[in-house]
Design a binder for this molecule. Structure first.
Ligand code: SAH
Length: 342
């Protein structure tokens, strides 16, 4: 069955010729009416995929400790902008805020800002975070300056568009989406070794680091991907916890690719920490101790859940190795060294 969005995309290709993967992704995820993120809540057991904050509260508690530690290391600035990029259901931010409630002075110092394009998810976030009065923005440049900031993004960068290139005898050609004789969507060229890059993700990392350079602070991005740039096709679509064909289910499946962490570099004057594997990062922050403490205060059923969540987040055959963490920080004024990396 073809979707309305598929027809819109086919019409565009008929009118303008083949489109890049980046253009396709932007429409499939962000079309104002039919885009995947614009019309539904994709998370959780009943949704299409489960993210780390939805796996266990331990994840947000560790990130909360990381954020509060940055603030403490900076000498407890009077104001701190805490910005989350792509907050999904708001679970991560809610856990960060709950976990830092007892850090004296921290909640008085922070203003919560959210970068989000989905109207549906904004409603969810507003429900979960109402007591913290967050401000929403659709673009990084709309987030106010004038104070140091901490930026968080879990599975945000992978949702930004990327491009593929195919090695041919005449050099690297962009891999495009076109129509075949039957009028179905198809990749051109079809054969050859594939490489990927994402100007959007790289620009976003640069733009965030520019802000840190001016305002001070640190950023943390967590995503699945590779430490070093390499060849390979990682374009994927997920629907109902299953991989599906990337050119089908348009607007009803999440589209992503692996993030190339080596390509994420800060601007001059801002330092980088990592990338490290998520399991290594979370263990360095003390996730095992926190899990043990939670378990000691729970029923056996709850303790089992805590243990399961812990393993899902840190084990190498689960999210622990595939997911990487990278940080950017401005150490110029404050000798800041974000936790978990050193
Ligand atoms: N961080 C959440 C959700 C990850 S899914 C979690 O870990 O559960 C990606 C999130 O980024 C969604 O909230 C989606 O609506 C948002 N998003 C994707 N592309 C975006 C863009 N270009 N601008 C702002 N938000 C975007």
């Amino acid at each position: 069955m073809t979707s309305l969005l598929e027809d819109i995309i086919k019409d565009k290709i008929r009118d303008n010729g083949p489109m890049t993967i980046g253009q396709f992704m932007e429409l499939a995820l962000g079309h104002p009416e039919h885009g995947y993120y614009m019309k539904q809540d994709p998370f959780g057991r009943s949704g299409d995929f489960v993210t780390a904050p939805e796996v266990s509260q331990l994840f947000g508690e560790m990130i909360g400790a990381w954020v509060a530690d940055v603030w403490l290391q900076m000498g407890q600035p009077e104001k701190l902008i805490v910005l989350e990029c792509g907050p999904g259901r708001g679970t991560l931010m809610a856990d960060i805020l709950r976990a830092t409630k007892n850090v004296q002075g921290f909640h008085d110092a922070i203003n919560v800002h959210l970068l989000e394009m989905s109207p549906t998810l904004k409603v969810k976030q507003a429900e979960v975070l109402s007591e913290y009065e967050p401000c929403w923005h659709e673009k990084l440049e709309d987030v106010p300056g004038g104070a140091p900031m901490v930026v968080i993004g879990n599975e945000f960068l992978d949702a930004l568009p990327f491009q593929q290139f195919v090695r041919t005898k005449d050099g690297d050609e962009p891999r495009m989406i076109a129509l075949n004789e039957k009028g179905d969507l198809t990749f051109v060229p079809e054969k050859g070794e594939v490489s990927e890059s994402s100007a959007e993700r790289e620009r976003f990392a640069q733009d965030v680091s520019e802000r840190l350079k001016v305002q001070g602070g640190a950023a943390l991005f967590i995503d699945y991907g590779h430490m070093k740039s390499g060849l390979g096709d990682t374009f994927q679509a997920i629907k109902g916890h299953e991989y599906v064909d990337v050119l089908s289910n348009i607007g009803d499946a999440d589209l992503t690719s692996h993030v190339d962490f080596q390509a994420l570099t800060p601007c001059a004057g801002v330092e980088v920490c990592g990338p490290v594997m998520q399991g290594v990062f979370l263990k360095a922050l003390g996730i095992e101790m926190r899990a043990a403490m939670l378990k000691s205060k729970s029923t056996s059923l709850q303790a089992e859940m805590v243990e399961k969540g812990l393993h899902r987040l840190v084990d190498s055959d689960q999210m622990g190795s595939l997911f990487k963490v990278i940080g950017f920080y401005n150490s110029y004024d404050t000798d800041l060294k974000p936790a978990g990396f050193f």
